[in-house]
Design a protein around this ligand. Structure first.
Ligand SMILES: [Zn+2]
Length: 237
């Protein structure tokens, strides 16, 4: 059986003498596929075996193993390699796609959000942290862990100056309900901004880093994975 699919390389591991094993995010979910001979000098398909390669892949399946036969490149997001923050933000996108459970039948929204984020990182001067948080919000939503950013998640009131964040429920809570760990109103407003919701213009100078810390803690809580690239990015900021 041979088929074509759009896919983004979210992981590439060396395998055998000159092959690689790829984890591909496709509109239908994540798949693993081998790609042969790509570590030989002058290998025609070496571009298709690099992390962040976004291409139309032609695959074949034999005994339940997928093999890449050819690929038509859409984008390799070269620009992310010119800046260390952009590079780690891109690695965090791939890491979240890899470690977060994503519906195995419909990953279209996550794929679109990942490609949009990488494009923004590679080709624009937009804030990399904001782009990454925007992607993470979509990925969390699509995997069933949507953040609740509509006021206090317990009593429904508007959030005042000293909110809390409940890691198990994925919501902020007000000072009266005080459920979870202490958080900042600015982080809440920043997350609303990245979600495309209305938000208060507050001082966002520390909010990107705080929002990433909150997202990482929440990801760890939900998936029991460590997210080292995201951790490294937070250290860099
Ligand atoms: Zn409350």
């Amino acid at each position: 059986m041979e088929w074509k699919t759009d896919a983004l390389v979210i992981r590439a591991v060396d395998y055998k003498e000159s092959d690689r094993l790829l984890t591909l995010l496709t509109p239908e979910g994540k798949i693993t596929a081998g790609i042969r001979g790509v570590r030989k000098p002058k290998a025609k398909l070496s571009f298709a075996a690099q992390p962040f390669c976004f291409a139309e892949y032609t695959l074949t399946q034999k005994a339940e193993r997928n093999t890449v036969l050819s690929a038509y490149l859409y984008d390799s997001f070269y620009g992310i390699r010119t800046d260390v923050v952009k590079y780690y933000a891109a690695c965090a996108v791939a890491e979240i796609c890899d470690l977060l459970f994503i519906d195995q039948t419909d990953a279209r929204a996550v794929l679109v959000a990942a490609v949009e984020c990488l494009k923004g990182l590679a080709m624009t001067e937009q804030d990399g942290v904001e782009l990454l948080v925007t992607f993470a919000i979509v990925a969390l939503q699509e995997s069933g862990y949507a953040l609740d950013l509509e006021g206090c998640g317990v009593c429904g009131s508007e959030l005042g100056g000293e909110p809390y964040f409940d890691l198990s429920l994925g919501c902020f809570t007000c000072g009266n309900c005080a459920q979870g760990v202490r958080a900042k109103k600015e982080t809440y407003e920043f997350l609303r901004k990245c979600s495309g919701l209305t938000y208060e213009e507050v001082d966002f100078s520390e909010s990107g880093k705080r929002a990433l810390r909150l997202v990482r803690s929440y990801l760890i809580e939900k998936t029991e994975e460590e997210y080292p690239c995201l951790g490294e990015l937070i250290r860099l900021l």
